[in-house]
Design a protein. Sequence first.
Length: 518
Amino acid sequence: MLISGELARYLAEISQQTGRQLGLLINRKGVVEYVIAGDAKKIIIPELERMRSGPGRLRGLRFVHTHLNGEGLTHDDLTDLALLRLDLIAAVEARLEGAGKLHIAHLLPDNTEGKTWEILPPIWLQQLDLNFLDLVNSLEEELADRITVKEVDRSRERAILVSVYTGPKYRAEDSMEELKELVRSSGATILDIVFQHRPQIHPRYLMGKGKLEEFIIRCMQLGADVIIFDQNLTPVQEKTISENIEVKIVDRTQLILDIFAQRAQSQDGKIQVELAQLKYLLPRLATKNTAMSRLTGGIGARGPGETKLEINRRRLNDRITTLEKKIDELSKSRAQQRAKRKAAGLPIISIIGYTNAGKSTLLNSLTESEVVTRDQLFATLDPTSRRLRFPEEREVIITDTVGFIKDLPPDLIAAFRPTLEELKEANLLLLIVDISNPRWEDHIQSVNQILTGLTLDHIPQLLVFNKQDKVSPELTANVCRQYQGISISALQQETLPTLVEAVKDKIWGGKDNGSLSD
Ligand SMILES: Nc1nc2c(ncn2[C@@H]2O[C@H](COP(=O)(O)OP(=O)(O)OP(=O)(O)O)[C@@H](O)[C@H]2O)c(=O)[nH]1
Ligand SMILES: [Mg+2]
């Protein structure tokens, strides 16, 4: 039984006498674990131990409390139900004339209507024979079914994607399309996508506090492993959000770093990725640390947690220093190699562009190489150079490198300095644009922004629209005319001669197009 009629009446009576809401947290054996007194309008459930609260599990506690003004379950009640994963929440009307009706709600497994909870029709205390254990058991079974589904697919993380944006919706949607690609490249499954427009980004919660609550409930209901934000979170936002939710929180940069970490093959690549990751982590550890010292209370409080973090933080700084030194060395030795190449007198052509534009495919087609190409973001992380022979015994070095993406944080770019510096020696940049991507104009802009940031914008460029096979010839022709670019399909050898001619022209020069040969 949920609660005996007698106990409910007793609770309602004291509630009336004291003018306060009263509540009981009762476990499945029927034992009252907590008695809580609120004020006339609300009652606050204390922080519960995180027992039994794996995803899909209920907490094993029901909360029965009184309402003084004959109202049904409130929004706060239902939020408590969801956030604390209570077995049930019930409100007894405590009226002057005695106990009135009982209002009951319980959680629902994920459903097509997107409902979180079920509110049962109110019942009179006399009718109180709801067999709550049966209800809870069947509910847990349903929830467990879903968990089994999840277990099967355990190799892939289940993600909810979120965009909290201030600008126009279409921008947010475009950005989300890219985030989806990133998530796909990282190997996670997408459960749901959530957009929220705000006049301003909340400095702590990112979205509104109420919205965040709603959202957390949704995440629990879907059994997500990770929430991925399309925006980059400040350390404070990350901290506040993760304090409110038990699943992992990841932002755009972290996701990119994760993909980089999965792709890094060479020693150099690994060093650069690790440095970028640690630099990302450092300010976040710092805030976690302050939070912890607040918890352990004031000066001289040296909890083990704090000590551990402190040590970690010191180690982290040491590691960052070591890695930065390595990056310096790397950068120097790369510079020497480049100097040698330069002495050999071969012009260098670097293929650059947004990630997934087809850079590696083009290098392969031009030089008959087999650099890995994939329909994935950041398939390439390490630069590759090849010799490319032109007729008349002419030769160039052509290099392929890591792709660009919008909103790259400066630390990440800094960590990739050795790789990006390769571009400094280039005599010509082939800026590859995937014309079949609806966001290609943004891509050109992002690439140029990054080039400016790296002071590479003075190097001559050739704009190359790739994947022409995927769009109409009219579009390609118009775009090429407008941007003074050329178009190819890196997969089709027969489309490359125009490109080769244009490259020859740029490097060894026609009469009036500024030769680059010396
Ligand atoms: N239809 C079509 N697909 C292409 C063309 N060029 C490349 N692709 C495909 O686009 C995807 C990405 O190609 P990559 O060469 O790996 O792209 P990338 O620019 O090196 O990408 P990152 O290394 O990830 O930055 C692959 O699936 C290629 O097969 C093309 O001309 N037409
Ligand atoms: Mg590539």
